[in-house]
Design a protein around this ligand. Structure first.
Ligand code: GLY
Length: 563
């Protein structure tokens, strides 16, 4: 009996040590998908097992998340994909939404020049022309391997056959039911065939969404941007005060762009160029980190928080001043911003005794949503995808056509709404990100791939609106500088400072009160927040090829699944 017990204990020990049961990270040899929903991570892994490459798996995962994680997974929004192939070649796909043809710089303002009724976030004027289907289709045309139909079908199956409603979705269902008059589409969205609210673990089906996905499956991008779906979108917009037309949809194009590249102590960092501010701002901050003497600065110390805060303040000020859609701002000083010289200048005026002051008479920040979603993929050949996409706020504009079954974004809120007016709070009025027809709004999404000796080493990204760049930045630093394994790097205490408002947000209970008090004495203002980021990350051991992945515990439905 005792020897049997001992045998079981030692077997358990072997399992814990070698198979990682002790860890919050998943191990794999062949491939992995880490996303905010386990069903969708499984969708991606199934595609890998069928012989699909990382691009195929990413496309299938993205369509699947539009069904399982509709707060941010979408076909009615947009996003960015960073791709590194097994040979170390990199590219990106920009499928950010665009302003409609009928939009204008002052479209959200009343006669006094004030924003009318929050209209840049609420109501159909806030909707940008969706980019997701065009982006996924372009990625498939250029880099996919399996037939397109096979990549859309799993999402159709999930929508048509349904899946057990999780508690997260049930919470949303209850919330929208309680404000049914404000958002009638959302109030019916979670109802079952009997017209009752779907209960936790009850099978939730989305037939209208399945029908729209079938058109995309059969006709590719044309299934969304031309014909019946496009016409229904135009009709819905016209009937409900929106301005997106069939012509807007026809004209929408996703774009392949050269990634933005930086380095950190021998690692190569590849990120998203504008219209995302993510890549440039991340690289600017990593350049500053190279100047820190880490033998003298401990992780999580007062000095650490101070240096990171001052780095964030400076990088976000540059972001506010210079960045926007490159197709409308050909002269953005990107090369200067991501240069090592610029980091040196920014680092030189950092006072280690005292907080500096954000001069928000010049610039500020607009509010942007936190309900984006990120996933990371690696396949058996070493092709890697880092993809972040969004509807902007949770469930976007919270409106959609019952016939089409998907939710529209409210991404127009990411433009600067009042030309020339910048406040010390959230609002910014600089030119690069003012509204213009067909322009893409500036984003903070930061899908990132770090390479070591030309091979993917870290695949990382997060939702979180303006906080995204900072949570990706700190997780990257945790892996590259502090050698943390991926689950620890994701869970470690994070802070956020975005220049204006001049406040450090920190994760409640994770910062020592002594550190907080010392920082306050130095002139910093601090505010506790429930959590920062929902990082979905993968690391690949360059010597053994072993893949490890972890999904942030802030997304309990998320999972790293490998094989
Ligand atoms: N809507 C969030 C972002 O693009 O940064």
């Amino acid at each position: 009996m005792i020897s049997h017990f001992k045998h079981s204990v030692s077997l358990l020990f072997i399992n814990l040590v070698f198979f990682g049961w002790l860890n919050a990270q998943t191990y794999a040899k062949n491939g992995m998908v880490v996303s905010a929903n386990k069903l969708s991570s499984q969708t991606g892994v199934d595609i890998l097992k069928q012989g699909g490459n990382a691009v195929d798996a990413a496309i299938a995962t993205a369509f699947s998340l539009a069904v399982t994680h509709p707060t941010a997974g979408n076909i009615g929004g947009g996003g960015f994909m960073v791709f590194m192939n097994a040979q170390g070649e990199t590219t990106t796909i920009d499928f950010r939404e665009k302003a409609p043809l009928a939009s204008s710089e002052t479209m959200f303002l009343d006669e006094e020049g004030n924003i009318k009724d929050n209209s840049n976030h609420k109501g159909l004027l806030a909707v940008g022309v969706p980019g997701t289907v065009a982006g996924l289709y372009l990625a498939h045309q250029k880099y996919g391997k399996l037939p397109w139909n096979d990549l859309v079908q799993p999402a159709i199956d999930l929508a048509e056959n349904g899946f057990a409603l999780n508690w997260d979705l049930f919470g949303a269902a209850q919330y929208f039911n309680s404000i049914a008059e404000e958002y009638p589409f959302m109030a019916t969205y979670f109802k079952n065939e009997k017209g009752e609210l779907t209960q936790p673990n009850e099978i939730w089906k989305q037939q209208a969404l399945a029908n729209t996905l079938k058109k995309i499956r059969d006709r590719g991008r044309d299934g969304f941007y031309k014909g019946e779906v496009a016409q229904k979108i135009e009709d819905y917009m016209k009937a409900n005060g929106g301005i997106i037309t069939a012509e807007d949809l026809l004209k929408y194009e996703a774009i392949e762009r050269k990634p933005i590249k930086g380095t950190y102590k021998g690692y190569d960092i590849y990120g998203m160029p504008p219209p995302s501010s993510g890549g440039a701002t991340l690289i600017q901050m990593m350049n500053t980190m190279e100047l820190v003497d880490w033998d003298k600065v401990e992780f999580n110390s007062t000095e650490y928080v101070h240096i990171l805060t001052e780095t964030m303040r400076r990088a976000y000020a540059d972001r506010a001043e210079f960045l926007g859609d490159p197709d409308f701002n050909p002269d953005m000083p990107i090369d200067r911003l991501i240069s090592k010289e610029h980091a040196k200048k920014r680092f030189a005026n950092l006072n280690m005794e005292k907080a500096s002051v954000s001069d928000s008479t010049k610039f500020g920040q607009i509010y942007d949503g936190t309900n984006t979603t990120h996933f990371s993929v690696i396949d058996k050949d070493g092709n890697a995808i880092s993809l972040t996409y969004t509807l902007e706020n949770g469930y976007g504009v919270k409106m959609g056509s019952k016939e089409l079954g998907f939710i529209f974004n409210n991404e127009m809120g990411d433009f600067n709404p009042v030309p020339g007016i910048t406040t010390s709070g959230w609002q910014i009025g600089t030119k690069p990100n003012l509204i213009a027809p067909q322009k893409r709004m500036l984003s903070s999404m930061t899908p990132t791939i770090v390479a070591k000796e030309g091979k993917p080493y870290l695949i990382i990204g997060s939702p979180g609106g303006r906080t995204i760049i900072n949570t990706v930045f700190q997780t990257t630093l945790n892996v590259l500088e502090f050698n943390m394994r991926i689950d620890k790097a994701i869970e470690a205490m994070k802070i956020h400072h975005q220049w204006s408002p001049d406040v450090i947000s920190y994760e409640e209970h994770l910062m020592s009160p002594d550190t907080r008090k010392t920082l306050e004495k130095m002139g910093h203002t601090l505010r506790a927040t429930g959590g920062l980021g929902a990082l979905m990350g993968i690391t690949i051991n360059p010597e053994t090829g072993i893949i490890t992945g972890a999904s942030d515990s802030s997304r309990p439905e998320g999972a790293a699944i490998g094989y």
